[in-house]
Design a protein around this ligand. Structure first.
Ligand code: SAH
Ligand code: SF4
Length: 392
């Protein structure tokens, strides 16, 4: 299994189909840089962002507000490549899972969760994950590669198009992406993307720059315009990126995959994080609380016989004794994995509902806000921790 931590960040892959570089592998800053490199003002880069990620332009000729000679040079040096939707599954609860093929052929998964007037997109930031958490199917894949910012935006574009399709299209299992139609269709879409969670495949903080660039574009009013508070990053808590995140100007929401406040238990569950003492994670979170005054969530998957006992509960309560605004604890039922986790000697199973209730009650008594997360899309392996299958 691949093994990297924040010190050995994988390089983001610059995908190109032939000799030309796909211009959509560049993020906002990269496109501004291209503009100046070609003798243009930086705002021409903003216009490129609008065409490539807002309008879904397929050709430089469409970009009518760019000077002709600039367009000609771009056309000479770059191509515009989009991903393809290879497979789409719809769960009994209407959660949709997409298998997306990127321009270089790499496959990645995205989940869309409709709920009344809300539509949450759970996007992947990497293909696979290097952290190897024993309860997580993605962790059992190892890391294939990190995604570019544009490839994260492409996942949103895919969902936006799918939900703009008035037919619902439940029987369709292969849809080409036609981004030019997206902007038009989206304006009449009955369900617009309201929330984004970087909670699909991958560890966002092991691909920090690209993830933040993507989140900023999702937040950008000229593109998706989704409020920062409605954009959540879920991380296993790599320390240095976490400290950096605490100083970012946007009010993005933070979720930390804790899963145990007992060092030995957490080391066994999340082996690639064993170099990071929990005390340091807690300190970094206190820094985050003081710097941002925002309340992060702690994700806690309750696993029978592993982290559901009284000692674990006591350690969790201690961990949560932090300055205001404190933590919100998300208690999560373990979603079954497609196969036995390689590091586990026996299949891991979800804790009993009684343990869930005991944890919830004790947290409430200690004035720690807590909720129980309802799994979505489990029948299509679209729920948390189940994203792994490349062709399923
Ligand atoms: N790498 C990031 C984001 C992706 S995992 C992280 O770990 O936070 C998204 C969420 O799914 C995390 O909270 C993770 O702990 C949880 N998860 C992983 N495997 C799970 C499983 N089998 N059942 C329920 N939740 C799981
Ligand atoms: Fe990676 Fe998150 Fe899964 Fe752990 S839980 S292996 S960090 S995706």
């Amino acid at each position: 299994m691949g093994c990297v931590n924040e010190k050995q960040k994988p390089k983001t892959y610059n995908y190109s189909m032939g000799k030309k570089l796909n211009i959509r592998s560049l993020d906002h800053a990269g496109l501004r840089e291209i503009a100046t490199r070609y003798g243009q003002k930086p705002f021409r880069g903003d216009q490129l962002v609008h065409w490539l990620y807002g309008r879904g332009a397929r050709d430089f000729a469409e970009m009518v507000n760019l000077p002709g000679d600039f367009r000609a040079k771009l056309d000479r040096d770059f191509e515009v490549a989009y991903p393809t939707l290879v497979k789409r599954q719809v769960a009994a609860d209407k959660t949709r899972k997409y298998l997306v093929q990127l321009a270089d052929g790499t496959l990645v998964e995205t989940v869309a969760i409709p709920e009344r007037r809300r539509l949450t997109v759970c996007l992947s930031t990497q293909v696979g994950c290097a952290m190897g958490c024993v309860f997580c199917a993605t962790g059992q894949m190892g890391l294939m590669r990190s995604l570019a910012a544009g490839e994260m935006l492409d996942q949103l574009m895919m969902v936006r198009q799918d939900f703009a399709d008035a037919t619902g299209g439940d029987a369709v299992d292969r849809l080409p992406v036609a981004p030019a139609a997206v902007a038009v269709a989206a304006s009449t879409s009955p369900l617009r993307i309201s929330n984004v969670v970087a909670m699909g495949q991958g560890e966002p903080f092991a691909n920090y720059d690209a993830t933040l660039a993507a989140l900023r574009m999702i937040n950008d009013p000229a593109l998706y315009g989704i409020g920062a508070r409605h954009i959540t990053v879920s991380t296993c808590g790599l320390l240095r990126p976490l400290e950096r995140f605490a100083t970012e100007p946007e009010q993005f929401t933070l979720a930390i995959s804790l899963h145990s406040a007992v060092q030995a238990t957490r080391d066994a569950l999340m082996p690639e994080l064993s170099h990071q003492p929990l005390a340091q994670l807690r300190e970094a979170l206190i820094y985050y609380l003081q710097n941002t005054s925002r309340r992060p969530s702690l994700e806690y998957v309750l696993i029978a016989g592993v982290n559901d006992n009284a000692a674990e509960l006591a350690a969790l309560l201690d961990f949560c004794a932090v300055p205001a605004p404190g933590f919100h604890v998300n208690l999560i039922r373990l979603n079954p994995l497609p196969a036995l986790a390689s590091g586990a000697s026996q299949p891991l199973t979800s804790a009993a509902p009684a343990a869930m209730r005991t944890f919830q009650k004790a947290l409430a008594q200690a004035n720690v806000s807590a909720s129980v997360r309802t799994p979505r899309g489990a029948d299509i392996l679209g729920a948390c921790g189940q994203l792994a299958s490349q062709g399923a």
